[in-house]
Design a protein around this ligand. Structure first.
Ligand SMILES: [Zn+2]
Length: 287
């Protein structure tokens, strides 16, 4: 059964570790992440962007697939199904479809409008027992065609949004979606520290987890980050493993063209990536 991300993230914040959000794109992705979480006895958050939701034939299809897998694979660790960077409309669609968590990305609205819409969603999510993530300060890079500059959030605005009663808060601290450029300045721990001091025990969320050096990840967790989003890294691992299989001509040997064989190396690569991240984030055996 799907659960809200509230309890797992409050435990993570108190225990100084982070729960990974791994974005899903299809059945193989979902199965790889769920099985790895179960094997490592780790809580997990499955992230679905609006684009990926559309690709998987809508939020209802996603809910059906995930719930079916949890039952058929015997998954007993806490699993949250979370809308990633949702618009106001998409949040309502996911709430109706059976998601257990949503992110309302109001970072592109003026702060007053972000506050008004977030306030309304807090009420709806509380009534239904869902967790809600809000964002302050846009996160750099490209996410479904939206390009952010990677600005640092204003700690006072973070406190304003946190006080509305959201479950977790994503604050821009110089992080970027996708691959980091060579001249990237690194995370702003000064901003993160200021945000944590203003927001107290609010679990903080780090987006764009791909390519952030391990020591920075650990430092971010020590400063209150309790949820880390990983997306691009699984995609790169899947693509590289699939490329190796095809370039070795394995799809031309015997029944190597069978999708269950063709996609197996990529599936294993996602599992290895998720395992590596769960170990780094410290969520192993925290289910
Ligand atoms: Zn993000």
């Amino acid at each position: 059964m799907l659960v809200s991300a509230k309890e797992m993230l409050q435990k993570a914040k108190a225990g100084k570790y982070a729960v990974g959000q791994f974005n899903i794109n299809n059945l193989e992705w979902t199965k790889a992440i769920l099985l790895t979480a179960q094997e490592l006895n780790s809580p997990v958050i499955l992230g679905v962007s609006e684009g990926a939701g559309k690709y998987m034939c809508g939020y209802k299809t996603v809910v059906g697939m995930v719930n079916g897998m949890i039952e058929e694979l015997g998954i007993t660790v806490p699993v949250a199904l979370h809308l990633d960077h949702g618009s106001y409309e998409a949040c309502y669609k996911c709430i109706d479809a059976g998601f257990s968590s949503v992110m309302f990305d109001g970072s592109h609205y003026p702060i007053d409008e972000n506050v008004a819409k977030t306030t309304e969603l807090v009420k709806v999510c509380n009534e239904k027992g869902l967790s809600l993530e809000a964002e302050v300060g846009s996160i750099g890079g490209e996410e479904d065609g939206v390009i952010g500059a990677g600005e640092c959030a204003d700690p006072d605005e973070c406190k304003m949004i946190a006080d509305l009663g959201v479950t977790m808060l994503a604050a821009g601290i110089g992080n970027i979606h996708g691959k980091y450029p060579a001249n990237w300045k690194g995370l702003s721990f000064e901003t993160l520290d200021a945000v944590q001091q203003k927001t107290g025990d609010m679990p903080l969320v780090l987006h764009g987890g791909t390519g952030i050096p391990e020591d920075m990840i650990k430092k971010a967790i020590s400063l209150g980050v309790a949820k880390i989003n990983v997306n691009t890294e699984c995609q790169l691992a899947f693509a590289a493993a699939t490329r190796t299989y095809v370039e070795a001509g394995k799809d031309l040997q015997g029944k190597g063209f069978d999708p269950r064989k063709l996609l197996a190396p990529g599936f294993d690569a996602i599992k290895a990536t998720v395992k590596e991240k769960m170990e780094l984030f410290g969520s192993v055996n925290k289910a």
